[in-house]
Design a protein around this ligand. Structure first.
Ligand SMILES: [Fe+2]
Ligand SMILES: [Fe+2]
Length: 244
């Protein structure tokens, strides 16, 4: 299957392409559901009606993104993603709970951004129905303006909060980086060869990290080391650049 070929239906896919696609949509569905869940659970930490409504709208949009993933999953004959993603979230890969408003900001800044970032990779992928829904989701993700960044910068002004903030940052950076998947795997190479992805996970993750620096500097936050990330369960590429 060549990179330029456009695929529209299940009949046009061989088994490996199909399985890779199922895996991609499943991961995306999981991320959308995880984002909706973690932000919804944190609603009681959000001050003020206006802000609460904003968070709820965000939750609602993530739910809709999940819904379109479920539809696509069903369309290609992969089954019920609602059941599958819910099971992953409650058993295999639960998302950590948010315990403060600051943590909500950091999680939004890191996790939501990571999820939008990964989607951009599929904007021109070889499975045409996926490109279409990704385009629509991305438009909404752009509307998820980074209130997280504002919360971080605000809290970063207080040196007494920095250590705690760094700890929460490391935790959510690890969760976010894990969502990019392991770098350099045969699965990555295959997905690139059939046009489902354009780059290895390591390259996508690096670009994501590069985009965090401005807000990190303004908040007095640094990147954890590769070793720290490893302790938090993240496998990174040896060439990863974690300099500020
Ligand atoms: Fe989303
Ligand atoms: Fe989002």
């Amino acid at each position: 299957m060549s990179q330029t070929r456009t695929v529209r239906t299940r009949q046009e896919m061989d088994q490996k392409y199909y399985e890779t696609l199922v895996q991609l949509i499943r991961s995306q569905g999981y991320r959308e559901l995880a984002a909706a869940t973690v932000f919804a659970e944190a609603l009681h930490l959000v001050p003020g009606l206006a802000f609460k409504k904003k968070v709820l709208q965000h939750v609602n949009e993530e739910m809709e993104h999940f819904e379109v993933c479920c539809e696509l999953y069903r369309q290609i004959g992969a089954g019920d993603l609602e059941v599958v993603a819910s099971a992953i979230l409650s058993e295999r890969n639960p998302i950590p709970r948010i315990e403060s408003f600051l943590e909500l900001g950091i999680a939004q800044f890191l996790y939501d951004r990571a999820s939008a970032f990964q989607l951009r990779e599929y904007e021109n992928c070889s499975f045409d129905p996926y490109c279409r829904i990704v385009g629509k989701i991305l438009e909404e993700e752009e509307g998820h303006e980074s209130f997280g960044a504002e919360i971080m910068v605000e809290h970063g002004r207080d040196p007494a909060q920095r250590a705690r903030m760094q700890e929460i940052f490391n935790k959510w950076l690890a969760v976010s980086l894990k969502s990019f998947g392991r770098p350099g795997t045969p699965g990555n190479r295959y997905a690139i060869s059939v046009g489902l992805k354009t780059r290895d996970s390591a390259a996508v993750a690096q670009e994501y990290l590069d985009g965090l620096r401005t807000v990190m500097r303004l908040s007095g936050i640094v990147f954890p080391t590769r070793e720290e990330l490893k302790r938090l369960g993240v496998e990174t590429s040896p060439d990863i650049d974690l300099r500020l």
